[in-house]
Design a protein around this ligand. Structure first.
Ligand code: ZN
Length: 134
């Protein structure tokens, strides 16, 4: 059995993480799949998706700060759109993650949340969720 569900995410800052755990968990429940895998894919080149702590709200801005140090705006960048630092962060974090579906739910650690990342916002973005299993 397989299921595909898509939803939109709206960001309000240049760099921002949005917790999408509830939406993905809902897609998982709606799929009717009890045992399988879930692929979360972000079809954008300055956005990404990752798993990280969902308890302390300081974690997302701290990781954004660290990524700014790893990939600052550089005067040597050639891309005319002027957002190469955002493209770099998108590639570092990555466009997809794969999770385990068990007993009809995502198998996540206690402190893990699913975070949509934007590095060149504010924008309205799409997230695709494919669930496969039985
Ligand atoms: Zn660009």
């Amino acid at each position: 059995m397989t299921s595909l569900l898509s939803f939109s995410v709206k960001t309000s800052a240049k760099a921002q993480w949005i917790n999408i755990t509830a939406e993905v968990q809902k897609a998982c429940g709606a799929s009717g799949i009890a045992e399988g895998i879930c692929v979360i894919f972000v079809p954008h080149t300055t956005a990404a998706v990752t798993l990280n702590e969902n308890a302390d709200p300081d974690v997302p801005p701290d990781v954004i700060l660290a990524l700014d140090r790893i990939s600052p705006d550089l005067k040597e960048f050639r891309h005319s759109e002027g957002n190469s630092a955002a493209h770099t962060k998108s590639s570092i974090v990555g466009p997809s993650i794969t999770l385990i579906v068990s007993s009809g739910r995502l198998l996540l650690g206690t402190w893990q949340g699913i975070w949509f990342n934007e590095y060149d916002g504010p924008r309205t973005r799409k997230v695709h969720v494919r669930i496969m299993g039985e």
